[in-house]
Design a protein around this ligand. Sequence first.
Ligand code: THU
Length: 142
Amino acid sequence: MPSSETTETTETTEIDWDALRSAARQAAQHAYCPYSGLQVGAAALCDDGRTVDGCNVENASYGLGLCAECTMAGQLRRTGGGRFVAVACRSGAGELLMPCGRCRQVLYELGGPDCLVDTPRGILPMSEVLPDAFGPEFLPAH
Ligand code: THU
């Protein structure tokens, strides 16, 4: 397993993981987190080569807070759609953070099982970050 500090290559795209980690940390600077105090940033390489990012946006009604990955999903759609190819999440201090369970499902929807994630165990595909995932194939045809 390659270390989380290496540069990975997918079929067609060179992934600059350090740039993604840096983008995630920068996005975290924009967090609105008066309740938890944890700035979270997410950044993703998309299948057309652009990068999108997001930060957490908390709410006085605690359960309504938005995770960084969720605002990033909005940014993906807002800036042209496409798919997540590689994702990194960082705190404002630069620590690696893993997407929470709900966010893994959100990432899976827009990146699928092959989307790569920066984890403490190295770069892993979503198929390992969210094994046996629920996906559209379980829905009745419409
Ligand atoms: N948070 C995220 O933004 N993404 C995650 O995957 C985990 C948690 C945020 C939510 C909340 O604003 C803060 O981190 C503390 O839980």
